[in-house]
Design a protein around this ligand. Structure first.
Ligand SMILES: [Zn+2]
Ligand SMILES: [Zn+2]
Length: 199
């Protein structure tokens, strides 16, 4: 038996990020996340941090083999798919621009209500222009309300900041400003249209 294939397969959510999916897959297989890390041969310092923007295609292949999902589908769970966004609007826009202005590879925002209901990290929460959750009409949260730290992907997936503050309890800020809601709806539609082009 190939030791690098996980036996229990888990379906990713439609808008789930790769890091989030790997955490849930480890849980479903009753193995430590560290064990997943070793199987795909990633150093500790590199694991899950900046994991939703993959620069090493071989890594993607190893993950693909481990979870038995085609790498083309895995790409849809990363920020890589939005490289298309920069190509779409600006010919020859460079990667620096993309990482600086379009997406945040290190940190993330989150919707506390989504997280309470669904327990996974959504890839769109790492896009700089996405500021609200359209479904719940609340402002996405960017910093821990207790220690002020930037929210990272692993803290969203754990639903708890490193300072032990729960991310799903506490205040939510509802958005009533119509212009912002309209603008964000257009952004979400744009992302959806890109998704449809790619699939
Ligand atoms: Zn939400
Ligand atoms: Zn904190």
């Amino acid at each position: 038996m190939n030791n690098n294939i996980l036996l229990r397969h888990l379906e990713p959510y439609r808008d789930e990020s790769l890091a989030s999916y790997l955490v849930r897959t480890a849980e479903k297989n009753y193995i430590e996340l560290n064990c997943v890390r070793e199987k795909i041969n990633v150093r500790k310092s590199k694991f899950l941090r900046e994991f939703n923007y993959i620069k090493d295609h071989k890594l993607l292949e190893r993950i693909s083999q481990l979870v038995s999902i085609d790498s083309e589908i895995l790409i849809q769970m990363t920020l890589n798919k939005y490289e298309y966004l920069s190509d779409l609007n600006n010919e020859g826009v460079d990667k620096y621009f993309f990482e600086e202005y379009v997406m945040d590879t290190k940190f993330s925002k989150y919707c506390p209500i989504c997280l309470r209901e669904k327990e996974y990290h959504m890839i769109n929460w790492q896009l700089r222009d996405i500021e609200i959750c359209l479904e719940h009409q609340v402002k996405l949260i960017q910093f821990c309300s207790k220690c002020g730290r930037n929210i990272e992907i692993h803290t969203v997936v754990n639903r708890e900041c490193d300072c032990k503050n729960s991310l799903i309890e506490g205040e939510v800020e509802y958005v009533t400003y119509k212009e912002l809601i309209d603008y964000q709806s257009r952004m979400y539609s744009l992302l959806e249209s890109i998704r449809n082009v790619l699939y």
